[in-house]
Design a protein around this ligand. Structure first.
Ligand SMILES: [Zn+2]
Length: 410
């Protein structure tokens, strides 16, 4: 029998191994200090021991110091499966931290003890992101079982701190190590569709702005004596939102919605009483721009447009970015996209397509540095919800896709 066939059969019979590993990982609540936890250390130590017991022994640490947790470090771990060639390496990246369980009454069981119901494994973290982690490990075990050497080095990367900003995870690795090379390719199995059909290759450039408008306070019975900062902001908020159609007119079908979105959201309180015209008013907006609009050019266009409102109301408007993140898309024609499409077709018999999303994934950190990177997995996206689950069949299917990719020459 061909070795690939044997690997796929091995994965088909891996239910118990999957449940065992999911159960082990879930039993360590790897919650960030920001959310009241003590980090990922114990979970990753248990994972390492499990991997070594299963014959996966090439494991390296690139830990980020963090004095807030009792071990003083946030673990970032690389598992290497040496290939025939050492260039064009395949990285599969999963994160080990989880979000808190939330309201316990909404769970069927203790969220940190898995419950298996038919094809579903239920527990905090079983999907986000242990599904991705476990499917990559099962693929590696399948290769090991039959002594198959991958075409190129395979690297399984288990990072800390994804849920609260990646400062001690992928962002730290990019700033403090030289682990990655530009001919590497990256798959992040941390998001996707239940039918395996969506490969995320791009995200919108994201920026949150704070708009502070200063006018002149007065009594509401004599509005002409003042300059109503709230009224000016109302007009500016509408103008800002209308720029989706008047200024940022490009449309890109990779994204849903296919346009840039400029959405006024949060509002700070202004005056405490109803009969005062506010002299100062603050609102915020969430901007998600198609990749062709840089944050800088977007802010410049917004500042250009504020002048007409300033003139009309006699106010001054200050626009400042309070958060921004931009990353160039991975090309739809990139090797990682093409190879993954082929493997998905082979295993799931479905034609997957490249898509863009609204923004804010860990993929952006890698894309920003020019690495070709996709987010893909087969999941129902129950992440962060009570009774979060992962399907054993999805873990096995994704493990087959990864195993197939690992042995594909390129
Ligand atoms: Zn995640």
């Amino acid at each position: 029998m061909e070795s690939v066939e044997k690997m796929l059969q091995f994965i088909d019979k891996s239910d118990n191994t999957i449940i065992e590993l999911e159960t082990l990982l879930t039993s360590y609540p790897a919650i960030a200090p920001e959310s009241g936890g003590d980090g990922e250390w114990l979970k990753v130590a248990a994972l390492e021991k499990w991997l070594k017991d299963h014959g996966i022994t090439t494991i390296e640490h690139f830990d980020a110091p963090d004095a807030r947790v009792s071990h003083g470090k946030r673990p970032n771990v690389v598992v290497t499966i040496p290939g025939k060639k050492h260039n064009k390496r395949l990285w599969i990246m999963a994160h080990t931290d989880v979000v808190p369980a939330g309201e316990l009454a909404q769970w069927k069981q203790d969220p940190f003890k898995v419950l298996v119901e038919g094809d579903k494994i239920i527990g905090r973290g079983v999907e986000d992101n242990q599904q991705g982690l476990v499917s990559s490990v099962i693929a590696a075990l399948a290769l090991r079982e039959y002594g198959i050497t991958p075409e190129h080095d395979v690297k399984l990367l288990f990072v800390a701190d994804e849920e609260v900003g990646s400062v001690y995870g992928i962002d730290w690795l990019l700033k403090n190590t030289e682990l990655f090379k530009l001919d590497d390719m990256f798959i992040i199995p941390d998001g996707g569709k239940g039918d395996s059909s969506e490969i995320e290759v791009a995200e919108k450039n994201i920026c949150w702005i704070k708009v502070t408008t200063k006018g002149k306070q007065c009594h509401a019975s004599k509005p002409d004596d003042g300059k109503n900062a709230f009224l000016a902001n109302c007009e500016f908020a509408l103008l800002l939102n209308a720029m989706e159609n008047t200024v940022f007119t490009e449309r890109n079908p990779l994204f849903d919605p296919p346009r840039s979105t400029l959405v006024p959201t949060k509002k700070d309180p202004n005056v405490p009483n109803i009969n005062t015209v506010p002299g100062e008013d603050v609102f915020y907006a969430d901007l998600r721009m198609l990749p062709s609009y840089s944050i800088e050019s977007t802010l410049a266009a917004i500042r250009d447009h504020k002048e007409q409102v300033e003139k009309k109301y006699g106010v001054t408007i200050t626009v400042e970015a309070v958060m921004s993140n931009e990353s160039p898309p991975t090309s739809e024609n990139a090797e990682v996209v093409q190879l993954l499409k082929k493997s998905i077709k082979k295993i799931y018999n479905i034609d997957a397509r490249a898509i863009g999303i609204g923004g804010g994934t860990v993929g952006a950190y890698l894309r920003e540095k020019g690495y070709q990177c996709v987010v893909w997995s087969t999941q129902d996206e129950t992440m962060h919800a009570p009774n979060e689950y992962a399907k054993i069949s999805n873990i096995k299917g994704d493990a087959k896709v990864f195993a197939d990719l690992m042995v594909t020459p390129r």
